[in-house]
Design a protein around this ligand. Structure first.
Ligand code: SF4
Length: 290
C-alpha cells in the first residue's frame, strides 16, 4: 500500500527519510540509482557526502538528509550488525528516524502493527472525521490506537492517506462526492462554503462572529441532524467503517456531474495497487527538522 518503491526494509527506510518535505513520486525517481550505488547499510555507511548529496539534491534539504542517511546506516552497522532493527525502540534510535518513519517501516516492510502512521493527511482527516480532538501527532496516534483493532492499524493509515490525497483535500474537501460523508461530522462544510478557507477570486471571508452564527444555524438544521447521528454512533464503530470505506471510489451525485455538484475535480478512481499519487509538496515534518 505504501507508495514509495522498495524491495526491503532498508530501502523503505531510506526512501521514507528522503520523502520528508518531498513527494513519493519524486522519491521514486531518485531511489533506483541510490539503491544501486548503496545496496545495503554497510555501503551507505561508507558513503562520501560529496557523492551522495548530488544524488538526492532534488529531494530538498539534501545536506541534512545525506547526514541522516549516513548516520542511520553507520548506527545500523555498529549496533545491529548491518540489519535494520525490527522494533520501534531500535528504529527511533536511528538518526533521522522518528515514530512516523518507524511506523512506516514496521507496518509496510516488516508487517508489524506497532503503531499508526500519522502524517499530514492523517493529522488532518482524523479530527475532521471526529476520531480525535487533538492536533499533536502523538496524541492522534494514541486516540486512533484506542479506536481500532491492532490488525487494522497499518492499513487504516494507508486508507486515510489515500483518501486525503484524492478526496478530502486540505483546502477544499470534496464532501459532495465523499463516501464517508454519512459518517463524517465535518460533511456539513460542503453545504457551508463560507466556513471554508478563502480562495482567490472569491468574496472576502465572513468575520469570526458571522462564521460562528452560521455554524450555529447549520447545527440546528440538516447539519445538526448529521452531527447528532454521527455522535450516536460509537467512535470505534465509525473508525472501523471509515477504514473500510476510505479507499473506495468517491461517489457520484445523482443527476449531477462532478463539476455541477460543486467539486473542483471529477470523482477520482480507486487506485490500482501500483498507482502513484500526484506530486504535491508536503508540510515540514518533525523528522526532517530533527
Ligand atoms: S465528508 Fe469526506 S471530504 Fe468531507 S470532510 Fe468528511 S471525510 Fe473529508
Amino acid at each position: 500500500m505504501v507508495e514509495l518503491d522498495h524491495d526491503s526494509a532498508y530501502q523503505l527506510l531510506v526512501a521514507t527519510i528522503l520523502a520528508a518535505q518531498s513527494t513519493d513520486k519524486l522519491i521514486n525517481t531518485v531511489t533506483p540509482a541510490l539503491f544501486a550505488r548503496y545496496p545495503d547499510p554497510t555501503a551507505l555507511a561508507h558513503a562520501d557526502p560529496a557523492e551522495l548529496e548530488p544524488m538526492i539534491f532534488s529531494t530538498g534539504f539534501y545536506r541534512m538528509k545525506a547526514r541522516h542517511l549516513i548516520g542511520m546506516a553507520q548506527r545500523i552497522v555498529e549496533r545491529h550488525g548491518g540489519q535494520v532493527p525490527e522494533t520501534m525502540e531500535g528504529l527511533v534510535d536511528l538518526p533521522g528516524v522518528a515514530r512516523k518513519t518507524a511506523n512506516v517501516v514496521l507496518g509496510s516492510a516488516l508487517g508489524k502493527n506497532e503503531g499508526i502512521v500519522v502524517d499530514t493527511h492523517v493529522s488532518r482527516l482524523a479530527p475532521r472525521l471526529g476520531l480525535t480532538a487533538h492536533s499533536d501527532p502523538v496524541k492522534i496516534e494514541q486516540d486512533l490506537m484506542q479506536l481500532l483493532p491492532r490488525d487494522q492499524w497499518s492499513i487504516f493509515a494507508h486508507r486515510l492517506i489515500w483518501h486525503g490525497r484524492r478526496v478530502c483535500h486540505a483546502k477544499q474537501p470534496n464532501c459532495d462526492q465523499c463516501t464517508l460523508a454519512p459518517l463524517c461530522p465535518s460533511a456539513a462544510l460542503a453545504a457551508t462554503p463560507e466556513l471554508m478557507p478563502p480562495r482567490n477570486g472569491r468574496p472576502a471571508p465572513p468575520s469570526r462572529a458571522e462564521r460562528a452564527r452560521t455554524a450555529a444555524e447549520r447545527t440546528q438544521g440538516a447539519g445538526g441532524a448529521r452531527l447528532a447521528a454521527a455522535g450516536r454512533a460509537s467512535a470505534a464503530g465509525r473508525a472501523s467503517v471509515i477504514g473500510g470505506r476510505a479507499s473506495q471510489r468517491a461517489k457520484t451525485v445523482p443527476g449531477k456531474t462532478a463539476k455541477a455538484a460543486g467539486s473542483a475535480k471529477p470523482a477520482p478512481k480507486a487506485p490500482p495497487a501500483t498507482a502513484k499519487p500526484p506530486g504535491k509538496k508536503r508540510r515540514p515534518s518533525r523528522e526532517s527538522r530533527a
